[in-house]
Write a protein that binds this ligand. Structure first.
Ligand SMILES: Nc1ncnc2c1ncn2[C@@H]1O[C@H](COP(=O)(O)OP(=O)(O)OP(=O)(O)O)[C@@H](O)[C@H]1O
Ligand SMILES: [Mg+2]
Length: 247
Protein backbone atom coordinates (compact mmCIF):
# COMPACT_ATOMS: atom_id res chain seq x y z
CA UNK A 1 0.00 0.00 0.00
CA UNK A 2 1.34 3.41 -0.89
CA UNK A 3 1.82 5.69 2.10
CA UNK A 4 1.17 9.45 1.90
CA UNK A 5 4.94 9.94 1.59
CA UNK A 6 5.04 7.53 -1.39
CA UNK A 7 2.11 9.35 -3.02
CA UNK A 8 3.81 12.73 -2.55
CA UNK A 9 7.02 11.34 -4.06
CA UNK A 10 5.06 9.87 -6.97
CA UNK A 11 3.22 13.14 -7.60
CA UNK A 12 6.56 14.97 -7.55
CA UNK A 13 7.97 12.52 -10.12
CA UNK A 14 4.83 12.83 -12.25
CA UNK A 15 5.26 16.60 -12.34
CA UNK A 16 9.00 16.83 -12.80
CA UNK A 17 10.19 13.77 -14.70
CA UNK A 18 8.63 13.01 -18.06
CA UNK A 19 10.10 9.44 -18.28
CA UNK A 20 8.83 8.59 -14.78
CA UNK A 21 5.42 10.08 -15.65
CA UNK A 22 5.12 7.84 -18.70
CA UNK A 23 6.18 4.68 -16.81
CA UNK A 24 3.96 5.32 -13.76
CA UNK A 25 0.95 6.11 -15.96
CA UNK A 26 1.52 2.90 -17.95
CA UNK A 27 1.92 0.79 -14.77
CA UNK A 28 -1.34 2.15 -13.35
CA UNK A 29 -3.09 1.42 -16.63
CA UNK A 30 -1.69 -2.14 -16.75
CA UNK A 31 -2.79 -2.76 -13.18
CA UNK A 32 -6.34 -1.61 -13.88
CA UNK A 33 -6.49 -3.67 -17.06
CA UNK A 34 -5.31 -6.82 -15.24
CA UNK A 35 -8.10 -6.47 -12.65
CA UNK A 36 -10.66 -5.85 -15.38
CA UNK A 37 -9.45 -8.87 -17.34
CA UNK A 38 -9.59 -11.28 -14.37
CA UNK A 39 -13.07 -10.08 -13.44
CA UNK A 40 -14.20 -10.51 -17.00
CA UNK A 41 -12.85 -14.06 -17.21
CA UNK A 42 -14.65 -15.09 -13.99
CA UNK A 43 -17.84 -13.38 -15.10
CA UNK A 44 -18.13 -15.43 -18.30
CA UNK A 45 -18.62 -18.88 -16.68
CA UNK A 46 -20.74 -17.30 -13.96
CA UNK A 47 -23.09 -15.88 -16.58
CA UNK A 48 -23.41 -19.42 -17.99
CA UNK A 49 -24.28 -20.77 -14.53
CA UNK A 50 -26.87 -18.03 -14.14
CA UNK A 51 -28.43 -18.87 -17.53
CA UNK A 52 -28.51 -22.60 -16.70
CA UNK A 53 -30.29 -21.87 -13.43
CA UNK A 54 -32.86 -19.77 -15.26
CA UNK A 55 -33.45 -22.56 -17.80
CA UNK A 56 -33.81 -25.09 -14.96
CA UNK A 57 -36.38 -22.84 -13.35
CA UNK A 58 -38.33 -22.51 -16.61
CA UNK A 59 -38.32 -26.23 -17.40
CA UNK A 60 -38.83 -27.42 -13.83
CA UNK A 61 -40.82 -24.71 -12.04
CA UNK A 62 -41.05 -27.00 -9.02
CA UNK A 63 -37.43 -26.13 -8.14
CA UNK A 64 -38.76 -22.80 -6.87
CA UNK A 65 -40.27 -24.76 -3.99
CA UNK A 66 -36.81 -25.76 -2.83
CA UNK A 67 -36.20 -23.56 0.19
CA UNK A 68 -32.71 -22.41 -0.89
CA UNK A 69 -33.61 -21.73 -4.52
CA UNK A 70 -34.41 -18.01 -4.37
CA UNK A 71 -31.39 -17.35 -2.16
CA UNK A 72 -29.14 -19.21 -4.62
CA UNK A 73 -30.50 -17.16 -7.55
CA UNK A 74 -30.01 -13.95 -5.55
CA UNK A 75 -26.46 -14.95 -4.64
CA UNK A 76 -25.55 -15.66 -8.28
CA UNK A 77 -27.02 -12.28 -9.26
CA UNK A 78 -25.02 -10.68 -6.50
CA UNK A 79 -21.78 -12.26 -7.76
CA UNK A 80 -22.49 -11.11 -11.33
CA UNK A 81 -23.02 -7.56 -10.08
CA UNK A 82 -19.91 -7.72 -7.97
CA UNK A 83 -17.79 -8.80 -10.92
CA UNK A 84 -19.32 -6.06 -13.03
CA UNK A 85 -18.18 -3.63 -10.40
CA UNK A 86 -14.68 -5.06 -10.37
CA UNK A 87 -14.31 -5.02 -14.14
CA UNK A 88 -15.33 -1.40 -13.91
CA UNK A 89 -12.26 -0.95 -11.75
CA UNK A 90 -11.30 2.37 -13.28
CA UNK A 91 -14.20 3.77 -11.32
CA UNK A 92 -13.32 1.74 -8.22
CA UNK A 93 -14.26 4.49 -5.81
CA UNK A 94 -17.39 5.51 -7.67
CA UNK A 95 -20.58 4.62 -5.85
CA UNK A 96 -23.73 3.63 -7.69
CA UNK A 97 -26.24 5.20 -5.36
CA UNK A 98 -29.79 4.08 -4.84
CA UNK A 99 -32.32 4.48 -2.06
CA UNK A 100 -33.07 1.24 -0.23
CA UNK A 101 -33.98 -0.29 3.12
CA UNK A 102 -30.78 -1.10 5.00
CA UNK A 103 -32.88 -3.23 7.37
CA UNK A 104 -33.98 -5.44 4.46
CA UNK A 105 -30.47 -5.61 3.01
CA UNK A 106 -28.98 -6.73 6.34
CA UNK A 107 -31.76 -9.26 6.93
CA UNK A 108 -31.12 -10.80 3.50
CA UNK A 109 -27.39 -10.96 4.19
CA UNK A 110 -28.03 -12.61 7.56
CA UNK A 111 -30.25 -15.28 5.95
CA UNK A 112 -27.75 -15.91 3.21
CA UNK A 113 -24.88 -16.21 5.67
CA UNK A 114 -26.87 -18.53 7.96
CA UNK A 115 -27.62 -20.80 4.99
CA UNK A 116 -23.96 -20.91 4.01
CA UNK A 117 -23.07 -21.94 7.59
CA UNK A 118 -25.73 -24.65 7.65
CA UNK A 119 -24.33 -26.26 4.54
CA UNK A 120 -20.97 -26.82 6.20
CA UNK A 121 -21.80 -27.47 9.82
CA UNK A 122 -19.22 -29.55 11.60
CA UNK A 123 -18.80 -31.08 15.06
CA UNK A 124 -18.62 -27.57 16.53
CA UNK A 125 -21.37 -25.62 14.79
CA UNK A 126 -21.20 -21.83 14.66
CA UNK A 127 -23.92 -20.09 16.64
CA UNK A 128 -24.89 -17.18 14.39
CA UNK A 129 -27.40 -14.62 15.66
CA UNK A 130 -28.53 -11.28 14.32
CA UNK A 131 -30.53 -8.37 15.65
CA UNK A 132 -31.43 -5.77 13.04
CA UNK A 133 -33.32 -2.77 14.38
CA UNK A 134 -36.66 -2.33 12.59
CA UNK A 135 -37.73 0.91 10.91
CA UNK A 136 -34.26 2.34 10.36
CA UNK A 137 -35.66 4.30 7.42
CA UNK A 138 -34.39 4.44 3.89
CA UNK A 139 -30.71 4.76 3.15
CA UNK A 140 -28.88 6.20 0.16
CA UNK A 141 -25.79 4.24 -0.75
CA UNK A 142 -24.25 1.61 -2.99
CA UNK A 143 -26.21 -1.51 -2.07
CA UNK A 144 -23.91 -4.01 -3.78
CA UNK A 145 -20.74 -2.56 -2.31
CA UNK A 146 -22.23 -2.41 1.19
CA UNK A 147 -23.31 -6.04 0.91
CA UNK A 148 -19.74 -6.88 -0.04
CA UNK A 149 -18.43 -5.15 3.10
CA UNK A 150 -20.76 -6.98 5.49
CA UNK A 151 -20.04 -10.33 3.85
CA UNK A 152 -16.29 -9.67 4.14
CA UNK A 153 -16.67 -9.00 7.87
CA UNK A 154 -18.83 -12.10 8.40
CA UNK A 155 -16.41 -14.30 6.46
CA UNK A 156 -13.48 -12.98 8.49
CA UNK A 157 -15.44 -13.66 11.69
CA UNK A 158 -16.12 -17.20 10.52
CA UNK A 159 -12.43 -17.81 9.77
CA UNK A 160 -11.52 -16.38 13.18
CA UNK A 161 -13.79 -18.68 15.21
CA UNK A 162 -12.75 -21.91 13.51
CA UNK A 163 -10.18 -22.84 16.16
CA UNK A 164 -12.63 -22.36 19.05
CA UNK A 165 -14.71 -25.22 20.41
CA UNK A 166 -17.65 -22.86 21.15
CA UNK A 167 -18.09 -20.58 18.14
CA UNK A 168 -20.24 -17.46 18.13
CA UNK A 169 -20.87 -14.71 15.59
CA UNK A 170 -23.36 -11.88 16.07
CA UNK A 171 -24.49 -9.23 13.60
CA UNK A 172 -26.32 -6.19 14.95
CA UNK A 173 -27.55 -2.97 13.41
CA UNK A 174 -28.97 0.12 15.07
CA UNK A 175 -29.88 3.60 14.11
CA UNK A 176 -28.13 5.96 16.52
CA UNK A 177 -29.13 9.59 15.86
CA UNK A 178 -28.16 10.27 12.26
CA UNK A 179 -26.02 7.18 11.82
CA UNK A 180 -26.48 3.51 11.05
CA UNK A 181 -24.17 1.46 13.24
CA UNK A 182 -23.52 -2.13 12.17
CA UNK A 183 -21.47 -4.47 14.33
CA UNK A 184 -20.02 -7.85 13.53
CA UNK A 185 -18.82 -9.56 16.71
CA UNK A 186 -17.05 -12.89 17.03
CA UNK A 187 -15.50 -14.88 19.85
CA UNK A 188 -12.60 -15.92 17.66
CA UNK A 189 -8.83 -15.84 17.92
CA UNK A 190 -8.56 -12.02 18.12
CA UNK A 191 -6.07 -9.88 16.22
CA UNK A 192 -2.64 -9.77 17.90
CA UNK A 193 -1.65 -6.22 18.84
CA UNK A 194 1.38 -6.14 16.56
CA UNK A 195 -0.80 -6.98 13.55
CA UNK A 196 -3.57 -4.49 14.32
CA UNK A 197 -1.86 -1.52 12.63
CA UNK A 198 -1.67 -3.14 9.21
CA UNK A 199 -4.84 -5.18 8.73
CA UNK A 200 -6.51 -2.54 6.56
CA UNK A 201 -3.57 -2.50 4.15
CA UNK A 202 -4.15 -4.41 0.90
CA UNK A 203 -2.49 -7.83 0.55
CA UNK A 204 -1.93 -8.14 4.32
CA UNK A 205 -3.19 -11.61 5.15
CA UNK A 206 -2.45 -14.15 7.83
CA UNK A 207 -4.42 -16.95 6.22
CA UNK A 208 -3.36 -19.58 3.74
CA UNK A 209 -5.24 -18.76 0.54
CA UNK A 210 -6.28 -15.24 1.71
CA UNK A 211 -5.82 -12.32 -0.66
CA UNK A 212 -5.69 -9.74 2.11
CA UNK A 213 -8.01 -7.52 0.11
CA UNK A 214 -11.20 -7.92 2.13
CA UNK A 215 -10.62 -5.25 4.76
CA UNK A 216 -8.78 -2.84 2.43
CA UNK A 217 -11.64 -2.86 -0.05
CA UNK A 218 -14.21 -2.65 2.76
CA UNK A 219 -12.56 0.40 4.28
CA UNK A 220 -12.45 2.16 0.92
CA UNK A 221 -16.13 1.46 0.34
CA UNK A 222 -17.19 2.68 3.78
CA UNK A 223 -15.06 5.81 3.49
CA UNK A 224 -16.56 6.51 0.05
CA UNK A 225 -19.91 6.58 1.93
CA UNK A 226 -18.32 9.09 4.37
CA UNK A 227 -18.50 6.46 7.10
CA UNK A 228 -15.94 4.75 9.31
CA UNK A 229 -14.80 1.15 9.75
CA UNK A 230 -13.10 0.34 13.04
CA UNK A 231 -12.50 -2.63 15.32
CA UNK A 232 -11.75 -3.70 18.84
CA UNK A 233 -9.96 -6.96 19.38
CA UNK A 234 -8.55 -8.97 22.26
CA UNK A 235 -7.46 -12.54 22.61
CA UNK A 236 -10.19 -14.13 24.70
CA UNK A 237 -13.36 -12.13 24.06
CA UNK A 238 -12.61 -11.89 20.32
CA UNK A 239 -13.17 -9.15 17.77
CA UNK A 240 -15.87 -6.62 16.97
CA UNK A 241 -15.83 -4.69 13.71
CA UNK A 242 -18.01 -1.56 13.62
CA UNK A 243 -19.31 0.13 10.49
CA UNK A 244 -20.76 3.58 11.12
CA UNK A 245 -22.57 5.23 8.22
CA UNK A 246 -24.10 8.70 8.15
CA UNK A 247 -27.70 8.75 6.93
N1 LIG B 1 -12.59 -11.07 12.87
C1 LIG B 1 -11.28 -11.27 12.81
N2 LIG B 1 -10.64 -11.93 13.81
C2 LIG B 1 -9.30 -12.14 13.76
N3 LIG B 1 -8.50 -11.69 12.77
C3 LIG B 1 -9.07 -11.01 11.75
C4 LIG B 1 -10.48 -10.76 11.71
N4 LIG B 1 -10.75 -10.04 10.60
C5 LIG B 1 -9.57 -9.87 9.97
N5 LIG B 1 -8.57 -10.45 10.64
C6 LIG B 1 -7.14 -10.45 10.28
O1 LIG B 1 -6.93 -9.45 9.29
C7 LIG B 1 -6.30 -10.02 8.14
C8 LIG B 1 -6.76 -9.27 6.90
O2 LIG B 1 -8.14 -9.51 6.65
P1 LIG B 1 -8.70 -9.35 5.16
O3 LIG B 1 -10.15 -9.62 5.19
O4 LIG B 1 -8.25 -8.04 4.63
O5 LIG B 1 -7.93 -10.45 4.34
P2 LIG B 1 -8.04 -12.04 4.46
O6 LIG B 1 -9.30 -12.41 5.18
O7 LIG B 1 -6.75 -12.55 5.02
O8 LIG B 1 -8.14 -12.48 2.94
P3 LIG B 1 -9.41 -12.31 1.99
O9 LIG B 1 -10.44 -11.49 2.73
O10 LIG B 1 -8.90 -11.61 0.82
O11 LIG B 1 -9.83 -13.70 1.74
C9 LIG B 1 -6.70 -11.49 8.18
O12 LIG B 1 -5.78 -12.31 7.49
C10 LIG B 1 -6.71 -11.78 9.68
O13 LIG B 1 -5.40 -12.04 10.15
MG1 LIG C 1 -11.14 -11.50 4.61
Amino acid sequence: MLTNIDINKMNHLLETNEDARQIITQLLKNHQEAVSLISHEIRNPLTLISSSLQIMELEHPEVKEFFNWKQTMDDVDFMCSLLNELSDYNNGNTLHLSVFSIEQLLKNIAVSFAISLESEQSVHPIEFTSRIMPDMGSFTGDKIKLEEVILNLLRNAKDAVMEQSYRKIRLTADRIDDRIVIRCKDNGCGIPEDLQKTIFEPFITHKPGGTGLGLAVSKRIIEAHKGTLSFESKKGPGTTFTVSLPI
